[in-house]
Design a protein around this ligand. Structure first.
Ligand SMILES: NC(=O)C1=CN([C@@H]2O[C@H](COP(=O)(O)OP(=O)(O)OC[C@H]3O[C@@H](n4cnc5c(N)ncnc54)[C@H](OP(=O)(O)O)[C@@H]3O)[C@@H](O)[C@H]2O)[C@@H](O)CC1
Ligand SMILES: Nc1ncnc2c1ncn2[C@@H]1O[C@H](COP(=O)(O)OP(=O)(O)O)[C@@H](O)[C@H]1O
Ligand SMILES: [K+]
Length: 490
């Protein structure tokens, strides 16, 4: 899993590297050289470029880049924004060095002062130092970049708060973002991810032990993280594990079947749907591999059934009624992973939860659980996922187009999935996959993150065959089964 950093951690990494003997000027030089290499490779016919530079160190990167590109025969024009008397020593030196080059430098007070007609722009206005709303020329330049053919953002697009992905002013769509030292958390959250273009991470020589020592708090989970060992030849269904899924109330029985089929496709040994007497009769007919028990109408069987399972899921297609409450109450004392989804999430208010609990709200459910609004959840999803975890003392899986998994200490950001998943039943499939990943790895946020990633990866593979529009959760389950030969190693 790829570690992601926030501004404080990046500053600490820079600081310790400088203390270790590499100067701030050298770090800037490495950042700018990496950016120049990427731009020249990405735009091989580049003959001229305009660089928008601020007076912080992000601007310093832009000034160094102008000099390096000039040396490589690219005509560079720098537009400098801000009070130059506030420049750091490194940035000032880079500005002074431009006097020995043919780079043109224009101090910019208003966007109307932009004279160059270059197609390619570099945004080196603000980096991880952005800490307030963009106003005046800072906002106007972002609007100006909206109309440029190709914009490379240095470190982060200057409208993005790098810790949260929040927009601090007008936005533009970058062709690529060239980030320095380590990828910044905010670049992986929507809607920033859709605007930052391709992401290039430039190694500026931060020693590995310093990078490890800052203590990462966020990770990106990718399909390359999904590889796992093949099962031994003497494997049996008891070892594969038992999943109990409670739900499938009349009219919404399909949700429990989808979760059950996904759990089987994920590798569970035995899957039982605990449901109403009425639904129970139909489950085996719909999918013979699924077992069923009328637990929602047979209170006396609940305790035994919970004891038999290795992972319990409560919620897919569950009507939030008294029978559901009784199950939740009985599950509170079990010491095994319990996933609370869909219908169960409506019953959590003022209720003590099982000790090993995963909750899987979509933004609407998250807003209900946090007594907030969908807009607030989506505006600050990292914060919402953390609050959910802390409030319910559970691993929170906040399902969005970039699902977040948070255990109150670490956050994982998923990188897979596509808009074809915007269809009813996809969440039920995720719940089934989550159950099997917990069977395989135990109760950890990392296991939940892999389940979310596997769900999205299967959807990405499925859409190659079926297209995004009209993707059926059953197609995803089929794709998941076909993934195993690729994901299992000796
Ligand atoms: N350190 C190193 O060794 C390396 C650093 N590197 C590079 O440095 C970048 C970080 O540099 P940085 O810390 O100087 O911050 P930066 O983002 O340039 O902002 C500067 C100042 O802008 C201001 N400001 C904030 N918000 C504003 C707003 N809305 N509108 C207007 N002004 C606003 C605020 O100053 P204030 O006005 O509050 O005094 C802030 O301090 C980093 O992203 C990377 O590119 C790499 O070269 C690798 C080596
Ligand atoms: N645009 C998208 N990109 C990636 N994943 C998506 C997208 N839209 C939906 N999903 C995923 O699909 C699932 C939908 O879950 P949910 O809203 O609970 O559906 P349901 O309750 O109908 O089963 C979640 O895992 C979510 O992350
Ligand atoms: K920038």
């Amino acid at each position: 899993m790829k570690p992601l950093v926030n501004a404080e951690q990046m500053r600490e990494m820079d600081r310790r590297t400088i203390v270790g003997g590499i100067s701030g000027f050298d770090l800037m030089e490495r950042a700018a050289t990496g950016a120049a290499d990427f731009i020249c490779k990405d735009s091989p016919d580049l003959s001229s470029i305009s660089i928008l530079a601020g007076v912080g160190n992000n601007g310093g990167d832009g000034l160094a880049l102008a000099r390096i590109l000039d040396k490589r025969g690219v005509r560079a024009h720098v537009f400098l924004v801000g009070d130059a008397s506030r420049m750091s020593a490194e940035s000032r030196r880079n500005l002074e060095l431009l006097a020995q080059t043919s780079v043109e430098v224009t101090r910019l007070d208003a966007v109307s002062g932009i004279t160059a007609e270059n197609e390619v722009w570099v945004d080196a206005l603000l980096g991880i130092g952005l800490d307030r709303e963009l106003k005046g020329i800072y906002a106007d330049t972002m609007t100006f970049l909206q109309n440029q053919a190709r914009v490379y953002a240095l470190d982060v697009p200057s409208f993005v708060q790098s810790d949260t992905g929040a927009f601090m002013g007008p936005t533009y769509r970058a062709h690529a973002t060239i980030t320095f030292g380590a990828p910044k958390v905010g670049l992986f959250l929507e809607p920033t991810r859709g605007l930052r273009g391709e992401l290039e991470v430039v190694d500026i020589g931060i020693p590995g032990d310093i990078a490890d020592d800052v203590g990462h708090r966020a990770y990106l989970v990718e399909s390359s993280d999904l590889v796992r060992p093949r099962r031994p030849a003497d494997f049996h269904k008891g070892r594969a594990g038992r999943v109990l899924i409670i739900g499938g109330s009349p009219g919404i029985v399909g949700a429990s079947v989808l979760a059950g089929k996904a759990a089987l496709a994920g590798g569970a040994g035995l899957v039982t749907i605990g449901t109403t007497r009425e639904s129970s009769a139909s489950i085996g007919l719909v999918h013979p591999t699924l077992l069923s028990k009328p637990l929602l109408d047979a209170e006396d069987q609940i305790e035994h059934s919970l004891a038999e399972a290795d992972v319990v899921v409560i919620g897919p297609g569950l009507a939030p009624n008294d029978a559901a409450l009784k199950i939740l109450e009985a599950a509170r004392v079990v010491s095994k992973p319990v996933i609370l989804d869909a219908g169960a999430l409506h019953l959590l208010k003022d209720r003590a939860l099982p000790s090993m609990c995963v909750i899987t709200p979509h933004p609407g459910e998250a807003a209900m659980l946090l007594e907030s609004s969908v807009e607030e959840v989506l505006a600050a999803p990292l914060e919402a996922a953390r609050k959910l975890s802390l409030k319910f003392n559970a691993i929170a899986v906040l399902k969005t187009s970039r699902t977040l998994i948070d255990d109150g200490r670490l956050t994982y950001i998923n990188s897979t999935g596509n808009p074809g998943m915007a269809v009813g039943g996809m969440g039920d499939v995720l719940t089934g996959i989550l159950a099997t990943q917990l069977l395989e790895e135990g109760f950890t946020a990392e296991a939940c993150a892999k389940a979310v990633c596997l769900h999205g990866h299967a959807a990405d593979v499925a859409t190659k065959n079926f297209g995004e529009r009209g993707l059926d959760p059953l197609d995803l389950i089929e794709a998941l089964k076909r993934l195993w030969p690729e994901l299992e190693v000796q």
